[in-house]
Design a protein around this ligand. Sequence first.
Ligand SMILES: [Fe+2]
Length: 412
Amino acid sequence: MATDTPAVPDDEIEIGQPLPFSVYNARGRLIMQRGEVVDSRHQRAMLLTEGVSIAREGDPAPEPVEEPDDDEEEEETGDGEQVGESDSESAQVFRTMRPEAPSARYFNPFMEMERICTVVTKAFNAFKNGESTFSARILRLAHRIDSLVQYDPSAMITATLSERELSYTISHCLEMAVVGSAMAGKAGLSEQERVDAICAALTGNIGMLRLQERLEGFAGKISEKVRSALREHPRRSYDLLKGMPHVSPGWLKAVLQHHERVDGQGYPNGISGKAIARIVPPIAIADAYLALVAPRGYRHAVDPPQALEYIIQQGGQAWPEQWSKVLLDTVGLHPPGAYVRLSDNRIGLVVRPGKEDKKKPLVAIAMEGHNKRVHRGQIIDLADPGSPSITGSVSPNDLTVPINHALVCGYE
Ligand SMILES: [Fe+2]
């Protein structure tokens, strides 16, 4: 039998093990299905705090409580209905997909990112297998990402740029989604616009996934045929997404336009100025900036201040000028998740841009001297009097020992 509160036995929920019962929330909605693997401490804590009833094998599920403004996250709803052009239909789907805001008590951006990586990998596998659940998975993930990024943009950027397990193709989209959402939030774009931008960042390149994987690490000259296939990818991605459920007009438009430039020199249609949707610049800037600051098989990462300089130079040509400033405000001179060398010879992991002076962020001490790892970092504000200054960037490839970012930032 499904039982009433408090009925989630914590001694039976083990991380890395299948859940022995299904867990339901106060509204009788399924939070997690029996047999699904509990993949993080955050997920375990969420089951214990939000779960109020369970159903073991053979037990009936509790009766759901009808509420008009239900905004619980749905489980795997891939066969949802097609979103029409009308705002009200779109808004309705938007509301039902919106997750709960994160709770300060359990917020751990590194655990959240671990979960997001699992979900995004599953979503891309669904796409590769031609499953109809792809777009619903992406939309649900976009709401989750936006909710977390708006809650703490710097923490989520740190966790995203610290991630090293995903392939470049997927990790780059995820980074674009997180930084794009943070920029869109800073610029005052609406929740619907931010979610559309995240969806577009995650799916804008699905029209060239195979080509992208083939080109990864390739440093030679690209043939004319490959170049034209690359220039066509926004249209191919648009065509693939067009018939899928839950894909809003804003999402579709941003996918088609994500390589257009305000000076008309972009592709595939060479449109310019105000013809480009206003959710495109944060994605386009995040795309360009993150591609530069990431180390690739055939070249070193570009120093973040230099990458930022390039973004500022491109203002007014590739995107409206004011958007370059939004990037500076969002990531500072050295982005959250980047390593910097300090004047006292320690190495810091940037965790938050400086409030006033962008050269003086908050850093977590990651290493003392050349190779002495710090297990539980001390966070210091470089704007405080007497603090060391930044003398340069440090590439993750140049570190002599691996660093656990969650520990360094004090999350575990
Ligand atoms: Fe693209």
